[in-house]
Design a protein around this ligand. Structure first.
Ligand code: GLY
Length: 352
């Protein structure tokens, strides 16, 4: 098992290894006295792992109540958040109790936000069950729900107290869910790890899941420790996200986040005029079962990008690749977005 220690406004461990779901209660009992745990999950994960986690909590002296919401990004809204908060209140959770977020990015973001605002903040534990959540959203304390105007527009920074990433759970995922997570791993490679990137271009990437998760989490850890509140270096983690979120929005969120990020990274490299990098990203995307292009037009996409929360007044901080392993933050006037979408998309179309 790997242990990554992250020291931000709160210090916590990220454990990566087999069997952690079965042992969840025992790991949680090392940092919390017996209390009540509100286990928040979704309708897909509930039948797979909720019993196992709850049994382990009970064996280690915890009481628990479980809440499962309908799986999917369309549940990530204020209405589901309100239902979760009402459930926590009905369970009579107090500030000495905990939330356990058991699921993918939607669950982690929403349960984390509920923990951030319930009783002005109670602790929570992340148990990510997708590769995307394991390598990105479960680490670093970003919690949120979507608003009609855009993704993750209401949220809070609230660091978890522990992250338990069970590699048996990740290894059992469908090809589609592994591909979605692979997009974020490719992102870490493009940002600063050539070797990790090369793994994602090889046939054997699925055999290296524990190492891939570790390398990704170590990069994220470093960025979060340097810039917990996302005012500088951490913005790098948005590589592919401004372009990708716009595509997700235009597709009415029928396109998964990972797929949006994969296309967004290829567009970002094209927009930066880096043909070679764009080619490499397309190669990694194809290897991992990810798309690199979209049929939406540059002006529709640029318009969708205007509500991105990474926009600051009349500019948006774009992350543009320089080479595999190195990217820049480029403050860009929003009126240039349409030209950049156009340049990026044209380059991608030329290369695929
Ligand atoms: N998912 C990007 C970040 O945590 O900053």
């Amino acid at each position: 098992m790997y242990t990554v220690h992250l020291q931000a406004s709160k210090a916590y461990d990220i454990l990566i290894g087999p069997g952690l779901v079965k042992e969840a209660g025992s790991h949680i009992s090392r940092i919390f006295n017996p209390c009540k745990a509100a286990v928040i999950t979704d309708s897909n994960v509930y039948p797979l792992y909720a019993d196992c986690v709850c049994r382990s909590l009970e064996e280690n002296g915890f009481a628990y109540d479980t809440y499962a919401f309908p799986a999917g990004e369309q549940s990530k809204n204020l209405s589901t958040l309100s239902d979760i908060l009402e459930f926590m209140a009905e369970s009579q959770l107090t500030r000495s109790d905990i939330v356990v977020a058991l699921g993918g990015g939607v669950t982690g973001d929403m349960a984390g936000f509920a923990a951030a605002v319930y009783a002005r903040g109670i602790p929570f534990v992340q148990i990510p069950t997708t590769l995307l959540a394991a390598v990105d959203s479960s680490v670093g304390g970003k919690t949120a729900v979507d608003l009609k105007a855009g993704k993750n527009l209401a949220g809070a920074f609230h660091q978890p107290s522990l992250v338990l990433t069970d590699t048996d759970v990740i290894a059992a995922l469908s090809d589609q869910l592994l591909s979605e997570g692979a997009a974020e791993v490719i992102k870490y490679g493009v940002l600063q790890d050539k070797e990790l990137f090369s793994w994602m271009c090889s046939d054997a990437w699925k055999e290296k899941l524990p190492e891939i998760i570790l390398r990704s989490v170590e990069i994220k850890r470093m960025m979060v420790m340097e810039d917990e509140f996302d005012t500088g270096l951490r913005k790098m983690l948005n590589l592919g996200h401004t372009f990708g979120h716009a595509i997700e929005k235009c597709a009415d969120f029928s396109l998964s986040h990972g797929f949006g990020v994969a296309i967004g990274m290829a567009i970002a490299a094209g927009a930066a005029g880096k043909m070679d990098v764009c080619k490499e990203i397309i190669r990694a995307n194809i290897n991992c079962g990810l798309p690199s292009s979209t049929a939406f037009s540059p002006d529709i996409l640029a318009n969708a990008a205007l509500t991105d929360k990474k926009r600051s007044g009349a500019t948006v901080d774009l992350i543009l690749p320089e080479e595999i392993g190195r990217c820049n933050i480029v403050k860009t006037p929003v009126e240039q977005l349409v030209t950049l979408f156009e340049k990026g998309l044209n380059t991608v179309k030329e290369l695929i």
